[in-house]
Write a protein that binds this ligand. Structure first.
Ligand code: F6R
Length: 236
């Protein structure tokens, strides 16, 4: 694992955008695994800047997102599809039909999860997976549990995750309580992983995840078993 500590969110975002940019330049038809949340916002805006400056071409890139709330479709401004469209996809030249987010409105979420995994595997897997980390150690929405779940699956969000995500809404009651998330298999089979974490509040969970025991009660700890993980952390 490579651990890069910087002193500002701006530097974190520049480094993360640089790593993703290098991936796109080296393999123009790469598969990017993408995340939502507050951590990648700076990274996405720097990628858009690189695109505007003519440094990057996303026309052959395929993206697969980690997760989506159950019951929200892309027209809802709290959905992760909406987040991606508005914070990244509309600012770069990726073809919208090449961007994939699990369908949180699928009637059969189990079948949706299976199809999502099969699709990723047909693409040849993910070249570079961007991750954030929750205060409880979740990656995607793989919450602490008795076992790591390999498949893309439906999850009941942890109360601490609902609390953390309430900052994007008027109240906690508006945060959906269920999500569909990529499971550990597709994440762990990604060729490279880039995890970004911002703020002193993430320090303790990073220590647990990367220097503590590997346990499904700290989902990100599974990343200790991945051969190519870069963590970029800014305390501020
Ligand atoms: C979002 C996701 C989550 C977030 C995590 C951290 O797609 O998969 O695991 O990365 O909740 O969120 P922020 O960045 O808002 O602290």
């Amino acid at each position: 694992m490579k651990f890069i500590k910087v002193d500002t969110y701006d530097k974190l975002s520049s480094i993360a955008a640089g790593i993703i940019a290098a991936q796109v330049i080296l393999k123009s038809d790469c598969v990017l695994g993408l995340a939502t949340g507050s951590s990648p916002l700076g990274t996405y805006s720097k990628l858009a800047e690189k695109y505007r400056n003519g440094e990057l071409d996303f026309s052959r890139v395929i993206s697969v997102n980690l997760d989506e709330y159950v019951g929200l479709d892309g027209s809802c401004d709290q959905s992760y599809r909406y987040f991606m469209d508005n914070n990244l996809f509309c600012n770069i030249n990726i073809a919208r039909e090449n961007t994939y987010v699990p369908n949180g409105c699928a009637e059969d979420l189990k079948a949706e999860g299976l199809a999502y995994d099969q699709f990723i595997s047909k693409l040849g897997g993910i070249d570079l997976q961007l991750l954030g980390i929750g205060l409880d150690g979740h990656i995607g929405f793989n919450e602490p549990d008795e076992a790591f779940v390999p498949e893309t699956h439906e999850v009941v969000l942890d109360p601490s995750t609902i609390e953390a995500n309430a900052r994007f809404l008027a109240s906690k009651d508006q945060v959906p309580t269920k999500a569909i998330t990529m499971g550990m298999r597709s994440i762990m089979q990604a060729k490279r992983i880039l995890l970004i974490a911002n703020g002193a509040k993430k320090k303790e969970i990073l220590e647990k995840a990367f220097y503590g025991p590997i346990t499904p009660f700290v989902p990100a700890s599974i990343l200790q078993l991945h051969p190519d993980v870069t963590v970029v952390y800014s305390e501020n």
